[in-house]
Design a protein around this ligand. Structure first.
Ligand SMILES: Cc1cc2nc3c(=O)[nH]c(=O)nc-3n(C[C@H](O)[C@H](O)[C@H](O)COP(=O)(O)O)c2cc1C
Length: 264
């Protein structure tokens, strides 16, 4: 296996960090790698906000579904989808006037533009995660940054066309962390299709989840009264408070984006 594949294959989310600091030169390497990620139209529709203020880290560790390790992470980067920079540049270039002169459509950023910027932010984030991993620096995504949009928006001074997409915590792994192990994945036949999407029938779904059911039994994990992984996952994640809040918060993001379209 080549070294790049080895890094990809051995990566695990790291949530407990050692005292070893991440050096400025190392941070630069990770940031440079992130900025080499592919980006739609080479527009770099994302920004990276380093959260170095301990007070903000502390707040995020609460607003992102109470995850204390965020406050302890040596390096925290927020990846935001960012159309604001290009939108401001369009204004700077007097786009409205130019469109009137040329008879061109003058429009505001819409949902498609937003999703493209989200793609950019995530691709840059994962490039940073892998670059860090290749240097022995662990990382963990925090999806809960999608919650509490109004609070995060204010806390981080995010303008209309900037959405918080993912937070990445970085740090050298704590050597005494016994929870660090490679997590299983579903078999490829359920994830990878050729030419057409393949909707899984009952039989395939049962086979897909069997190894996970077996793991639960082997490890003696509780299903909290549920009869299977599906019921357990539904009650523990899909209808959990954080999930309800995430959906409320993302709706607020979308409404805000759309409201701006109508009002601008
Ligand atoms: C979009 C996304 C959001 C995630 N959010 C969290 C989170 O809020 N807290 C956390 O501890 N891990 C989070 N993770 C890490 C996943 O739990 C982890 O990737 C998954 O369990 C597989 O484990 P592995 O990364 O060690 O292979 C997130 C991962 C992704 C990709």
């Amino acid at each position: 296996m080549n070294p790049v594949l080895e890094v990809i294959n051995n990566r695990r989310s790291v949530r407990k960090y050692s005292e070893q600091p991440i050096l400025t030169a190392e941070k630069k390497q990770v940031l440079n790698a992130a900025m080499r990620a592919p980006t739609a139209g080479n527009m770099m529709l994302y920004s990276i906000i380093e959260i170095e203020d301990q007070n903000i880290k502390n707040k995020l560790s609460i607003t992102c579904d109470h995850q204390p390790f965020i406050a302890n992470a040596p390096w925290v980067l927020l990846f935001v989808a960012d159309y604001q920079r290009w939108w401001d540049y369009y204004q700077h270039c007097q786009m409205k006037k130019y469109c009137e002169e040329k008879g061109l459509v003058y429009r505001l950023p819409q949902e498609g533009d937003m999703l493209l910027a989200v793609c950019d932010a995530l691709i840059a984030a994962q490039t940073a995660a892998l670059a860090a991993e290749s240097m022995g620096i662990g990382s963990c995504y925090i999806g809960d940054i999608l919650e509490n949009y109004e609070i995060h928006r204010k806390l981080l001074s995010l303008p209309d066309y900037v959405l918080p997409i993912t937070l990445l915590c970085f740090g050298y792994p704590n050597k005494s962390d016994n929870s660090l192990r490679k997590t299983p994945r579903f078999e490829r036949e359920f994830i990878y299709f050729k030419n057409r999407y393949k909707r899984l029938d009952d039989e395939a779904l049962s086979r897909m989840f069997q190894p996970m059911e077996d793991l639960h039994t082997r490890e003696g994990w509780s299903l909290d009264g549920a009869r299977n992984i599906g019921q357990n996952n539904y009650q523990r994640k899909f209808i959990a408070d954080f999930s309800i809040e995430m959906n409320r918060s993302v709706k607020a993001m979308l409404n805000n984006w759309k409201k701006t379209i109508r009002n601008d």
